[in-house]
Write a protein that binds this ligand. Structure first.
Ligand SMILES: *[C@@H]1O[C@H](CO)[C@@H](O)[C@H](O)[C@H]1NC(C)=O
Ligand SMILES: *[C@@H]1O[C@H](CO)[C@@H](O)[C@H](O)[C@H]1NC(C)=O
Length: 519
């Protein structure tokens, strides 16, 4: 009797629970290791909330979850694409790369094409038993992945790791005003000078043009070739690419108000920055703990994330850095994949670094970083000042924001890096305002009603349950740009003024000639 009751209760609980459980397709296909950290955090939060997750990634997970989890490995050939950005020697010799947005946009398309045509991805798409309730895609410059959501008849959500800027806002709302929201790889911080504002406007116009006339034709060709036969098998027509492009229900942005620079944000954009920093910080390994505990002059943590492959650094620069770090009174923890011979006593290289635990230690006085949004967020989370060495993408903007907030200094990547870093380290070590600013911002960052990790399953569920959350959709998407800018009104006013002018001119001419005649 009792056991039947217990059984039916369990069954009931199970049913209640799973009327809300969905199958989520996570397409985190961008080949950045730091982005895969965010992707794995999505996996974890969604699984914990009881959903089933299929995770498309170029970085197969090391400790794969056992239940409700499927992985689609799309690593084939992808590392070649990013070899250049990961090569410090190449970057030192080709300083143009950082600012070539056309190159970045085409890279985005190339990644999307490679992901979709990957044999494992094709196997998934051609498996008729697969059904998904929602697709979450990581966004960089191309919307090709959004076709998958249409293919599965489900809503599309973008994840975006570069803050809130025109590149992402145009998909769910409209581009923002470039006079106070700079482009994501820009160096400008508002308020901007006349020249800077004109520059930002030009960047926005140029990017729009490049997307439309250089990137989109290529995307369109691929879109037709790839999706048409797939959709035909399901008896569905191929929708216009633009209808798919601008159809996402939501954008989840890895950013937070504390990092600043945010303006009005539409209802379909949610800030979930910091969701990957989970729970209490793991304790340091014993040897590292001993080093950090005994470093009374402070610890400098130096890590260029996954971007800076130490093997790609010129030996002369490496040796100069070692010499400079060796002259400091602080301890230096350097994430570096190789052993360096004859290291000074105060330098320790780490092949693997428990970044959160290091940053959380009270003796950690400085974080030298490339300034990816992941690392920038972590510095904010733990309240540690930064010296940024930005290399590409949004790193310039992240670091510049941190500089304008008074807890960071920016240093250019060059053969003179060791000297520039020394100046920056000395400045931060002697000026306590960097630390107090970092701590104050960290407090703002932590003061929120719910943890960001809670928001992921919440919004995903919300979008599925409301069939694409049309109530969050911005009305701006229905209005053409010339109407939003009132160019039609300007045209009308000009027309009226011109007509009046011509009319007056004509009248005056008639009056004049009438006078001439009567004379
Ligand atoms: C990095 O780039 C340099 C210069 O372009 C090249 O000579 C070198 O082989 C590259 N190293 C790696 C590890 O790819
Ligand atoms: C747009 O999204 C809605 C809601 O998710 C979906 O029903 C519709 O099929 C989508 N249309 C296109 C063209 O992607």
């Amino acid at each position: 009797m009792v056991s039947i009751k217990v059984l039916s209760l369990t069954l009931l609980l199970f049913l209640v629970n799973c009327s809300d459980c969905y199958h989520v397709l996570l397409v985190f296909n961008l080949p950045g290791k730091s982005l895969s950290i965010l992707g794995e955090s999505f996996v974890r939060h969604l699984l914990n909330a009881g959903h089933e997750v299929t995770y498309v990634t170029p970085f197969p997970m090391k400790n794969k979850p056992k239940n409700n989890f499927h992985e689609v490995d799309v690593s084939e050939g992808v590392d070649k694409l990013f070899a250049e950005i990961c090569n410090i020697t190449f970057l030192l010799e080709n300083t143009h790369f950082e600012s070539d947005e056309e190159e970045i946009m085409h890279l985005g398309v190339e990644v999307a094409e490679m992901t979709l045509t990957n044999p494992n991805m094709l196997k998934l798409l051609n498996d008729k038993t697969q059904k998904f309730d929602v697709v979450v895609g990581d966004y960089l410059a191309s919307e090709l992945v959004a076709g998958i959501a249409y293919y599965y008849d489900c809503p599309m959500i973008w994840s975006y790791s570069m803050g809130v800027d025109s590149a992402i806002l145009k998909l769910v709302h409209e581009p923002t005003n470039p006079s106070y929201i700079p482009d994501y790889i820009s160096l400008n911080i508002p308020p901007m000078s006349f020249k800077q504002r004109v520059g930002e406007l030009w960047t926005l116009i140029r990017n729009t043009w490049v997307k439309r006339h250089s990137v989109m034709p290529r995307e369109l060709a691929f879109y037709k070739k790839f999706y048409k036969p797939l959709l035909e098998k399901k008896g569905k027509p191929l929708p216009a690419y633009e209808d798919v492009m601008y159809n996402a229900s939501l954008v989840l942005v890895n950013s937070h108000q504390a990092s600043g620079g945010l303006a009005a944000i539409p209802q379909s954009v949610k800030l979930i920055g910091g969701h990957h920093i989970n729970g209490p910080v793991a304790p340091l390994p014993d040897d590292l703990k001993e080093i950090m505990d005994s470093s009374t002059n402070g610890v400098i943590y130096f890590s260029m994330g996954s971007i800076w492959k130490s093997a790609s650094m010129p030996i002369t620069l490496r040796d100069n850095l070692v010499r400079m770090f060796g002259s400091l009174k602080q301890t230096v923890l350097w994430k570096f994949e190789e052993d360096i011979p004859n290291l000074p006593k105060n330098i320790h290289t780490l092949k693997w670094a428990p970044q959160h635990s290091i940053l959380a230690h009270e003796n950690c006085m400085l974080f030298i970083t490339h300034g990816g949004l992941g690392s920038s967020t972590e510095a904010l989370h733990f309240g540690v000042p930064i010296v940024g060495v930005p290399i590409s993408f949004d790193q310039f903007l992240n670091i510049n924001r941190a500089v304008s907030k008074g807890y960071a200094l920016s240093v250019k990547l060059s053969y003179n890096l060791h000297n520039d870093l020394k100046v920056a380290i000395d400045t931060i070590a002697t000026d306590p305002s960097f630390k107090s600013n970092a701590k104050a911002l960290s407090e703002i960052y932590h003061d929120r009603p719910v943890k960001p990790g809670v928001e992921i399953p919440h919004w995903v569920r919300h979008v599925v349950r409301t069939r694409g959350a049309p109530h969050l959709r911005s009305p701006a998407l229905m209005v053409p740009w010339y109407q939003k800018t009132y160019l039609d009104l300007v045209a009308l006013v000009l027309l009226v003024v011109l007509s009046l002018f011509l009319l007056v001119k004509k009248l005056m001419f008639t009056v004049k000639s009438a006078k001439v005649k009567s004379n």
